[in-house]
Design a protein around this ligand. Sequence first.
Ligand code: AMP
Length: 110
Amino acid sequence: SECLFCSIAAGEIPSSKVYEDDVCFAFNDIAPQAPTHFLVIPKAHIAPAGDYGGKFRVVAHCFEVISKVTKDLGIAQFRVVSNCGEQAGQSVFHLHFHVLAGRDMTWPPG
Ligand code: AMP
């Protein structure tokens, strides 16, 4: 696959997996911006972010995964971020949700 996150979800590129089911894959970010920083992605390629292609059940499922994994990790306070487009800081054009925790966060974000 030409898409990095498709390759990670397929296990073709190694990652530090934190969760997987039929629909979603979650793994630690390679350049963590907080003590806990993992990404939740749909296994299906959805791009560009912001246009979910009508796949709202998949998006909702990502948030169920975020809820489950943070609970399993004992994390009660966290931030979820999805960068949509280059101006917002998106660098991988496969829909993903950052989950960040373990430090004070600024608001508004930089
Ligand atoms: P974004 O900039 O919102 O598109 O987020 C992409 C994220 O993917 C960044 O936080 C990167 O650090 C992360 N990333 C890039 N390559 C990898 C990789 N091979 N494994 C894990 N995370 C990665």
